[in-house]
Design a protein around this ligand. Structure first.
Ligand code: AMP
Ligand code: MG
Length: 434
């Protein structure tokens, strides 16, 4: 490294930012991505880029809610268990048939659930209120049916258009596609949909000490877990991760890997952002664009880098530099990376879903930072309770695995005590994904 490059770093002023300030600065560099046509199932979790207009009613025709007989209600107004009214059976209608025979005051059509109501009929009487079973068992004629109860006009008929009116927007632009929306779109015959495309996120780990998963173990080295935990998080929140692998702490290695990363919508690196680091990252990034090194008032994950890099095609690509420690990288990603991905996907909910819980042990805050303590939330007598996972060192990745939430002690409090209500960011809340 030449001295001029090394000196570069000293021009960066280190600002101490709140989590909110850091988030605001980061989000200002992201925009909703363009739309793409996606096969329906693959659009799960994406956002609809245009209104979905129903081409026809659902259900398409008035149809039966029960297995039974389509009749005119007036013809059985006097019917009772003791004095059934006998009607002539003019046919049988299954779901998918288009009935043509007309039901008259003295007649009925046998009908199955979902089958269209025949002309003339105004109600359906279920099998249970007829003598069909007795007739069948006694070998009686099935050309007639005895109805044993009066029915209201319209009963057990599901009207056309009850679910969806043809010509209307069944789902509006901006809707997030959950399994139910995917089903609604399929019910209208869509097999693809116009959705905001998924962001491509390039992920690069840096460090001479790193081994790639699958490599032979070598003493003194550690496996790169950040690539995987961050790529998995990107996938979980709807992005398309591209793991670039490991850049070594030298200029050529960094430059080669970075060039690949610049094809993405976001580049995420880990490590090399803290003070006193052997920080090739800073120098290389500063050459290729603008990069700020921040101290964020949070624990873990105080050091953070954010900037924009100039791609060869002139595009500017946001770059988020996470701290190297595995827990710090994940916690910072949850605050900043997740929000950026959701914004690019056209989604709201940029803050993690939070719940209130009763704290079962203290969280200490020794230096005025917002503490995100790895916590286990359980429900007891209808209330959420949070205990911590133990040692909170930011290198202990298994503590993230034990946790289902991050319990927050605000930066302006020296501690959150046992019994106090604490806010917990949930790590495995289902609505966090869609
Ligand atoms: P650094 O920011 O380079 O000082 O790294 C901080 C700590 O995180 C060091 O103990 C690194 O070995 C560790 N670390 C950095 N990158 C990774 C990675 N990709 N996977 C696991 N640990 C890492
Ligand atoms: Mg390092």
């Amino acid at each position: 490294m030449n001295p001029r490059e090394h000196g570069h770093r000293h021009h960066h002023r280190e600002a101490m930012l709140s989590v909110e300030e850091a988030l605001e600065r980061i989000l200002a560099q992201f925009h909703v991505l363009d739309a793409e046509r996606v096969p329906l199932l693959e659009a799960l979790g994406q956002v609809l880029a245009e209104d979905a207009i129903a081409a026809h009613d659902i259900p398409p025709l008035d149809n039966s809610a029960m297995d039974g007989y389509a009749i005119q209600a007036a013809s059985v107004s006097a019917a009772s268990e003791d004095a059934p009214v006998t009607l002539e059976v003019i046919g049988s209608i299954a779901a998918g048939d288009l009935p043509t025979h007309t039901v008259t005051p003295g007649s009925a059509a046998r009908i199955m659930t979902g089958a269209p109501i025949p002309p003339g009929a105004d109600s359906v009487v279920p099998f249970e209120e007829t003598d069909e079973i007795e007739r069948r068992e006694s070998g009686g004629s099935m050309d007639e049916i005895g109805v044993k109860a009066a029915v209201r006009e319209g009963s057990d008929i599901r009207p056309a258009g009850q679910d969806v009116r043809g010509g209307t927007a069944v789902l509006a632009k901006g809707a997030t596609l959950r399994p139910s929306e995917i089903g609604v779109l399929a019910s209208l015959g869509f097999d693809s949909v116009s959705a905001v495309r998924r962001p491509h996120v390039a992920i690069l780990s840096t460090g001479d000490e790193l081994l790639e998963a699958g490599d032979d173990y070598a003493a003194g080295m550690i496996y790169d877990s950040n690539s995987y935990s961050i790529a998995a998080s990107v996938l979980r929140y709807g992005g398309v991760p591209k793991m670039l692998g490991i850049a070594r702490d030298n200029l050529d290695s960094m430059n080669a890997k970075l060039r690949e990363g610049l094809r993405a919508d976001l580049l995420i690196t880990s490590a090399g952002v803290s003070k006193g680091d052997y920080d090739m990252v800073k120098d290389v990034l500063a050459q290729r664009g603008e990069i700020d090194f921040w101290s964020v008032r949070m624990r873990p994950a105080k050091p953070l880098a954010f900037g924009t890099l100039r791609a060869d095609d002139g595009r500017s690509v946001p770059h988020l530099g996470l701290p190297g420690n595995p827990v710090s990288a994940m916690v910072a990603f949850e605050q900043f990376g997740r929000a950026a991905i959701r914004k690019m996907m056209g989604k709201g909910g940029l803050l993690k879903p939070r719940i209130s819980a009763v704290l079962e042990e203290p969280i200490y805050n020794t230096d005025g930072r917002r503490v995100y303590a790895r916590a286990v939330v359980t429900k007891k007598n209808g209330a959420y309770h949070a205990r911590l996972t133990g040692n909170q060192s930011s290198n202990l990745l298994t503590s993230m695995s034990s946790a289902n939430g991050l319990a927050v002690c605000p930066e302006d409090l020296p501690m959150k005590d046992t019994g106090e209500i604490v806010e917990v960011q949930m790590l495995d809340w289902s609505e966090d994904v869609f």
